[in-house]
Design a protein around this ligand. Structure first.
Ligand code: NOJ
Length: 981
């Protein structure tokens, strides 16, 4: 194997060379560094030639060609797929039947078993398989030993168990009309109209069509066939052996793609299918001004120096799409873990032409989903709104795990903190500069020659002392552990991995080796349960010596990234556990790895959940379901304004696709940000659900305290703002963990009736707080323009200026210290305003309650808190309260949302926690006199508390501040009375 062939990008090689490596490697790397220095001056952008475009991926090209042919032929096109009416049966919510695919000019037809599953919650699953392959009646090429079935195990990893089939779904087959109708759903009436020939499915909600499958006849299941004798005039469409970047894919099962068109009639907007550095509202992909020419691609890959505004694939994939039109939401999950491409086209509706859809809508979106292998497996969600969609998607793939509190605080990372002394110094500096932080990170250089679970003996000789030191201020360490295991003698992790057959194999069933950070490496195969058991062992404190309870884990390079592999990953014909091909499971690899790590960290001390701490695992690669065990970040971005701009749409797409615990490297990974960019990035990062600064090994040190004034103070403010809002962030994570509501909420999610907000992706609401935030992401911006989606009153977060105007924009001045942030009237949120060194030290700090009074004179909000680290919350040890303000009696009350369980240790610990301040913004002028007082009714007693009143003038709201009402959080009940004396 030639290291230079398909070698990884220069900056990587440079880093590898900087560590002790075999001399050959050093030499190679040296030449790469020299070459790299020249190269870097020329270009700093993605190497397109390393990644396929659709026409270089045989199955994508073939399916796009089929789509073009079908479109050109119009009604003359004959789709070969027919559902046999006599084959249809329905039992306990499952409708089964056989689709026959007729092949041009051939007698033989291909049998494709079909199953519709109708679930109690009202969503539907459609699966189409291939009978011959199910029965193993095919021949593999090149003597391969891989499985003969189409891959059907994505559900094992992506879905959660326990879904109940609907016993109410009823079907009728109308042979003459050539359709089968199924009525299903609960409160909302849903219907599927299945046309037999050609096969097509229309989904109706309350009698109206919302989604159509195969309307355009792009359905395609490339069935198994023997490779025909080559003829002279054969055109190579990449059906058989396919080469790219010097590697040839042996394709033991030949062509086997699955594809389908999905139309959303009347829906002009679609969102989701992360991960792409693109706008939140997906663009068209078949050319035209402002559109892409390429489909959105999902093939998890380590894309070096990725570009923004692109449909190119990135590190993770979630094949979940939301379609939106005024007042209505629907969605699909395309459950396929193989390489997948999605074309998006918008179609103008002509109200004068006949259509079976409601033609009064201006536009429809047509999508075309193309995967390389596996069964056709699809979930259809008919909404009717975003919250129902997210709830249902979460019911299928699981909700985001409730993270430990520290993990939603601020993280300090760089490649690399070079020694334990370096770590200690950074730790001290944060304290000296009064900047809170919770977690310091170690990148790959902490290891002994990139051998995970070891420490560099020179630079990290006393890791336990280091982590114990961090623990004093309740801080944590996150250490990186990647899935490539260095192939070297005297390293038990390597010898066990290979001798116990736990590693990924190549196409000839030998242990696969490739290149990554450590040089020659093997990869763990976590599809294998034995690998997972063994992996768990490695994290025990007596194995990963130097780690302890406050050490958590970062899983990187798990696409998997292979420097000398095709498209920087493994060959598609590599073989995994149970003889599945890499082709089938590629997009799941990262998930299986971070799942294994999560279980390992969770169970490293005990099998008993009562004794476990909640783990924190960060992953770069992900798939549907990853949210159950990991947070993600957007990988190797750049210290450029364009990358700061790209981050929020990417993070919002993650939230829509059920994985809201997401962040981007603050400061930008590659390069050196200007101080302005760094400062603005901190202000934005303070609103990333996962808030971590990170930098490349070649980047200059840029810990926030190094920035100099006024930058340090402004960054400190931004980080402190994050800390003060932690109760609100935690409450938002809690909500996401039980009903899937995103944490950063785009306008179309909050105001689905206002189409003017549908393409806005640079501002968002934070959870249920009513905080409308639009961080500055442009250089030198003197102001930003915030879109107000509704008629409600908004107040500036800092100076309480009143803003109003439905669907209008308001201009906010943005000197460097300003984060544009409005509070929507009608909300209450809770803060903790005392600056501390870490979130752990804030656990029993008093609260500040902020009330932002709405036009109707009311406001409400929620607070969820628990111990922030154990699983005791599952046994009811939490507080969950609502705060309700009503101007009628000028009262603010706190109520219990969940009955408190007996022996609730958390509630007991919180007993003495006070509310130290109540800020009421927008109280009616004159409601409280200059010397207004507040009556506190708490726990059966009544007393007065002092207030200050700032009467609203010059366009500002009246603000009443109640200081130290001497009330415990639990018994809050204030009556603000008028007093003019
Ligand atoms: C690639 C990751 O994306 C980056 O964050 C990390 O610093 C390097 N690998 C080195 O581990």
């Amino acid at each position: 194997m030639n290291f230079l062939e398909g070698a990884s990008p220069v900056r990587r090689a440079k880093a590898t060379a900087s560590t002790a490596a075999p001399s050959v490697l050093k030499l190679c790397c040296y030449s790469l560094v020299v070459f790299g220095a020249i190269f870097l001056q020329v270009t700093e952008t993605v190497k397109h030639e390393n990644f396929k475009i659709c026409s270089q991926s045989g199955f994508c090209k073939r399916n796009r060609a089929l789509a073009d042919d079908a479109t050109a032929a119009g009604s003359a096109w004959v789709s070969p797929y027919e559902l046999e009416p006599a084959s249809i049966t329905m039992r306990n919510g499952k409708l089964k039947g056989t689709i026959w695919k007729t092949i041009d000019g051939q007698e033989e037809r291909v049998e494709l078993p079909l199953v519709f599953s109708f679930y109690e919650q009202g969503f539907v699953r459609l699966q189409i398989d291939e009978a011959k392959r199910l029965k193993g009646e095919i021949e593999l090429r090149n003597g391969s030993k891989v499985r003969k079935e189409r891959y059907h195990e994505a559900e094992k990893w992506a879905l959660v168990p326990g879904l109940k089939l609907s016993t109410h779904a009823k079907h009728t087959t109308l042979e003459e009309a050539g359709v089968t109708r199924v009525h299903y759903g609960g409160i909302t009436a849903f219907e599927a109209i299945i046309r037999h020939n050609p096969f097509e499915v229309r989904f109706l909600r309350d009698g109206e069509v919302h989604m159509v499958l195969n309307e355009r006849n792009f359905l395609n299941m490339e069935h198994w066939r023997a490779k025909p004798e080559a003829k002279e005039d054969d055109v190579d469409n990449g059906e058989w052996d396919e080469s790219f970047g010097g590697a040839t894919d042996s394709k033991p099962r030949g062509p086997e793609s699955v594809a389908l068109d999905i139309t959303f009639p009347g829906y002009a907007y679609v969102y989701g299918i992360p991960e792409h550095a693109t706008s939140l509202a997906l663009k068209e992909t078949r050319g035209g001004e402002g559109n892409y020419n390429e489909p959105y691609r999902m093939y998890n890959a380590d894309v070096f120096e990725y570009e923004t505004d692109s449909p190119m694939t990135l590190y993770g994939s979630i094949p979940f799409m939301q379609a939106q039109r005024k007042g209505s939401t629907v969605g699909v999950l395309w459950l396929n873990a193989a390489e997948t491409w999605v074309d998006v086209i918008k179609q103008k509706n002509n109200p004068l032409t006949f259509s079976t859809h409601d033609n009064s809508y201006k536009e429809s979106t047509q999508t075309h989903w193309i995967s390389e292998s596996g069964i056709l497996d699809l979930f259809v969600f008919l909404g009717p709104n975003a919250s129902a969609l997210y709830r249902d998607y979460g019911a299928i793939t699981g909700y985001t795990t409730l993270p430990p509190m520290f993990s939603i605080a601020y993280h300090q990372c760089r490649w690399n903190y070079v020694s334990q002394d370096d770590v200690k110094t950074v730790d001290k500096k944060f304290d000296q500069f009064d900047i809170p932080y919770d977690v310091i990170w170690l990148d790959i250089e902490y290891t002994d020659e990139k051998k995970y679970f070891t420490w560099d003996p020179l630079t990290f000789s006393k890791p336990l002392d280091m982590v114990k030191g961090l623990d004093k201020r309740q801080r944590k360490l996150v250490a990186i552990i990647d899935p490539h295991i260095k192939k070297t003698d005297g390293y038990p992790v390597s010898s066990e991995l290979t001798s116990r057959e736990l590693a990924v194999k190549d196409k000839s069933s030998k242990i696969y080796d490739g290149w990554c950070w450590p040089g020659s490496s093997n990869w763990v195969d976590c599809f294998n349960p034995s690998t997972v058991s063994w992996w768990k062992e490695q994290f025990k404190f007596n194995k990963f010596v130097g780690s302890q309870r406050n050490v958590h884990i970062w899983n990187d390079m798990n696409e998997p990234s292979v420097f000398n592999g095709p498209e920087t990953t493994m060959p598609k014909d590599n073989i995994f556990y149970d003889n599945w091909e890499h082709r089938d499971i590629h997009n799941l690899y990262g998930l299986t790895f971070h799942n294994a790590t999560y279980s390992a960290v969770k169970e490293r001390e005990s099998q008993n959940e009562d004794k476990q701490l909640r783990p924190f695992v960060l992953t770069r690669s992900f798939f549907a379901g990853s949210q159950r065990t990991a947070a993600m970040w957007t990988g190797d971005n750049e210290a450029k304004w364009s990358h700061l701009q790209a981050a929020f749409p990417m993070l919002m797409a993650q939230g829509i696709a059920g994985m809201p615990f997401a962040g981007a490297d603050v400061g930008g990974f590659f390069g050196n940000p200007s101080k302005e960019l760094l400062t603005r990035w901190y202000q934005a990062g303070a609103f990333y659900p996962f808030f971590r600064a990170h930098a490349h090994i070649d980047a200059k040190r840029r810990e926030p305290y190094l920035a100099g004034e006024p930058y340090v103070s402004i960054i400190r403010e931004a980080v402190r703002l994050r800390y003060s809002l932690l109760p609100a962030w935690y409450s938002a994570f809690h909500r996401a963990s039980w009903d899937g509501m995103p944490i950063l909420r785009p306008m179309f999610v909050m105001f689905p009736d206002n189409e003017a907000g549908f393409s806005i992706d640079d501002q968002f609401f934070m959870g249920d707080t009513g905080l409308l935030v639009k961080p500055v992401v442009y250089e030198g911006a003197e102001s930003v323009s915030i879109f107000l989606p509704d008629r409600q009153v908004y107040y500036d977060y800092k100076d309480f200026t009143i803003y109003k105007g439905e669907s209008s924009n308001v201009e906010i001045k943005t000197p460097l210290e300003r984060i544009p942030m409005l509070m929507r009237g009608g909300h209450v949120f809770v803060r903790r305003d005392r600056p501390r060194r870490s979130s752990g030290l804030m656990k029993y700090d008093p609260f500040t309650v902020v009330v932002s009074v709405g036009d109707e004179g009311v406001a409400d909000g929620v607070l969820y808190l628990d111990d922030g680290e154990t699983y005791a919350y599952k046994k009811g040890e939490f507080i969950h309260r609502s705060f309700i303000y009503n101007s009628a009696g000028n009262t603010l009350e706190s109520r219990d949302l969940a009955p408190e369980t007996a022996n609730n240790r958390f509630v007991k610990n919180m007993k003495g926690v006070r509310i130290e301040k109540v800020i009421l913004v927008g109280v009616k002028s004159g409601a409280v006199g200059k010397k207004g007082k507040v009556t506190v009714k708490s726990d059966g007693k009544t007393w007065d508390a002092k207030v200050t009143v700032e009467e609203g003038k010059d366009g500002k709201a009246t603000v009443v501040v109640v200081r130290d009402p001497k009330v415990r959080y639990k018994f809050l009940a204030l009556v603000i009375t008028t007093s003019h004396n």
